[in-house]
Design a protein around this ligand. Structure first.
Ligand code: IVH
Length: 666
């Protein structure tokens, strides 16, 4: 077979497997076989760039290039649906449409998927544009991100119109959402409240490779265009399924409003077994001619309504509020309730989130409160039944001092949370910091689980992460439950942690807001702990993805005397406090003495990679253009101000091709 044909047949085959797996849920080959074929295609495409195709299945991997989104005007505005909450309102809708149409309409009932809406444009069977809802008139062009969603076809098959739009919902399945939040919790990143926020947050990620890793899914439910094959909504949906789209098979054709109510009642229970979140059902007039006759109001179609499921609620008594202190000092209020049944589980505690929410609820101890589960993981209190207040209890006021150590709490500008600032003296923070330090993604010290840490803390053997390196076998073996052998294992593991690379040490320190990825960026930018500790706000915020919030937190960390001491003790115990030779490896002196500004967007390497190349070749990467700048490495859309300034100062501007050529020349 010719190379071109081989490439095409691999593409076709892979898309078919994608469709089988992600749309039909009926895979016919193993994941391994799939990955091998994909790899083969990737290799061939790399060797033969002349056969590149933006719809190739390899595009679904998502490139690692940061993009910002172009705003695009919707050809047809993206409207919303009017909501109803009762059978009467559904009945009103039925009567209203019957009156306007002078006949009883045929209806289609669908699930109302609770994600983020998307409009996809297909030209000659190729996905050419994916636009978010935005303000309904204009949205963001998120095509590159959407291409990573495996259930969205890049190329259609069958008899599709030459140009049409199809709209639907992008969703994060429950299991993906839970795994993502678990990972974020471990890294102290803010959790997503529900799969909807997670899906829309993911879609707006500027790095398509991250989007690809988040495993989004999509259901399509609305076609728009001049040449749709049928004059009924239902038939068009079935046709779209035949072209390769994922269409929910829950959609039902309903002749009477009784059938609509049956549909509602069935799915109100059954939806709990779905893999994705739904928050109601959508009732649509089936005939497109009737839809046209009914038309639109300014906000929504007259031919459809949403019926929202009632969030499951329970009424119970608020007994007390307790406050939990996390590893970085965040104080979370928790309501203690009389146990009550809610969606199949017993609820005794509910999150109260923060002081503003407590204030808004006007909570008093002893109040009867409504608890809801909604799409959120932890149940929350959504209201107070003020009518049942006979004796009014004490008003719940957010505490002023840390419940664990008594230190006055603080609240940073613009943040909802309260913190206990006593980082090095507050027991849950001390223990939490140690647990974080030894965790797998940090120093990976085995045998120091939270119980052992607690025991060591109680026995005054551990107060600080640096104390870990002063433990000895005999001392450990004396502890209840720990024998000689486990003690020795712990010591061995502590010993091997001394070779954990610098970037993980930075993460292990547990600086607030410095998760795994940020730690890596900081380590690479500053190379060693002294440079890092001495960096000021400007140098910190010059690092890719570091904003003021993180920079402030780093500065606060290193300003603390006790932290300084901890670092110097860690140093003396031989922990890696600079990047390894390997990662600092100097490649040449080609850029020696040059101060280079990086500006704009790049296609071949990420900004960080260019930064590393500059440094590995003896140059210096600087943030802003001035008379001291020797050269500008300019990508696309370099800022106009910078460009003007550079031209005025006569600074040489090179693009990425020229830059790479400079480095590759002998
Ligand atoms: S049809 C003119 N069908 O609900 C609006 N929307 O509140 C046509 N949604 O923006 C939309 N499931 O994001 C339609 N089966 C479904 C839906 C659905 C979820 C969302 C969609 C829309 C919002 C309206």
């Amino acid at each position: 077979m010719m190379i071109k044909e081989k490439i095409e047949s691999l593409r076709k085959e892979l898309e078919e497997h994608n469709h089988n797996y992600y749309v039909l849920s009926r895979p016919t080959i193993s994941d391994l076989e799939f990955d091998m074929k994909l790899k083969q295609l990737q290799d061939l495409e790399k060797q033969h760039p002349e056969y590149a195709d933006p719809s190739s299945p390899t595009q679904r991997i998502g490139s690692d290039i940061n993009t910002s989104f172009k705003q695009v005007k919707h050809k047809y505005p993206m409207l919303s649906l009017s909501n109803t909450y009762s059978e009467e309102e559904v009945d009103d809708f039925y009567k209203r449409t019957t009156r306007s149409l002078h006949e009883e309409p045929e209806l289609v009932c669908e699930l109302k998927y609770d994600g983020t809406s998307i409009s996809l444009i297909y030209e000659n069977g190729i996905l050419t544009q994916a636009i978010t809802r935005g303000d309904g008139e204009k949205g963001d062009d998120v095509t590159e991100n959407v291409k990573t969603i495996r259930s969205i076809p890049l190329k259609l098959h069958g008899n599709y119109p030459p140009l049409f739009e199809i709209r639907g919902e992008i969703l994060m399945p429950w299991n993906v959402f839970e795994a993502l939040n678990k990972e974020r919790e471990e890294q102290e990143e803010p959790l997503f409240a529900n799969p909807r926020n997670a899906a829309s947050g993911t879609l707006k990620q500027q790095n398509p490779a991250i989007v690809a890793s988040r495993k989004l899914d999509a259901y399509l439910y609305y076609l728009l265009g001049d040449n749709l094959p049928y004059d009924t909504h239902y038939e068009n949906l079935q046709a779209a399924a035949s072209w390769g789209f994922k269409i929910s098979d829950a959609a039902r054709f309903c002749k009477t409003k009784e059938e609509v109510f049956e549909f509602i009642n069935y799915w109100d229970i059954e939806r709990k077994n779905l893999l994705v979140a739904t928050d109601g059902i959508v009732i649509k007039v089936n005939s497109l001619a009737q839809q046209r006759a009914l038309g639109f109001t300014a906000k929504s179609p007259r031919w459809a309504i949403a019926y929202k499921f009632k969030a499951e609620k329970a009424l119970t008594r608020l007994n007390s509020v307790s406050y939990q202190v996390g590893r970085t000092g965040t104080v979370t209020p928790v309501a203690n309730l009389d146990p009550v049944q809610l969606s199949g589980t017993t609820v005794k505690r509910a999150s109260l989130h923060n002081a503003d929410i407590i204030e808004a609820l006007d909570l008093h101890i002893g109040d009867m409160v409504y608890v809801e589960k909604g799409g959120e993981i932890i149940p929350k209190i959504t209201g107070v039944d003020k009518d049942s207040r006979i004796l009014i209890g004490d008003k719940v006021v957010f505490i002023k001092n840390c419940p664990e150590c008594g230190t006055p709490l603080i609240r940073y500008n613009g943040e909802a949370a309260h913190y206990c600032p006593n980082e090095n003296g507050c027991p849950p923070q001390i223990k939490g910091k140690i647990e974080h330090f030894v965790s797998r993604k940090a120093m990976d010290i085995e045998g120091l689980g939270s119980e052992t840490v607690n025991l060591l803390y109680k026995n005054e053997m551990l107060h600080n992460i640096a104390d870990i390196y002063e433990l000895d076998v005999a001392e450990l073996a004396k502890l209840e439950r720990l024998g000689e052998k486990s003690a020795q294992n712990i010591i061995n593991s502590i010993e091997s942690s001394k070779s954990v690379p610098f970037e993980r040490v930075v993460f292990a320190l547990g600086i607030r807001f410095v998760g795994e990825t940020i730690a890596k960026k900081l380590a690479n930018a500053f190379k060693n702990i002294d440079e890092f500790a001495n960096a000021d706000l400007e140098r910190l915020t010059n690092v890719d993805e570091i904003g003021e919030r993180i920079a402030d937190s780093v500065i606060r960390y290193f300003a603390d005397e006790q932290n300084k001491q901890t670092i110097s003790r860690l140093k003396s115990h031989g922990i890696q406090m600079s990047l390894s030779e390997e990662s600092m490896k100097k490649q040449s002196d080609k850029l020696k003495g040059l101060s280079i500004v990086i500006s704009g967007k790049f296609n071949l390497h990420s900004r960080d990679e260019y930064k590393a190349m500059i440094e590995q070749n003896g140059g210096k990467n600087i943030g802003s253009v001035s008379a001291k700048t020797s050269m500008i490495l300019a990508g696309e859309n370099m800022g106009p101000e910078k460009l003007k300034k550079a031209e005025k100062l006569g600074i040489e501007i090179v693009n990425e091709d020229e830059f790479l050529k400079m480095l590759s020349e002998k």
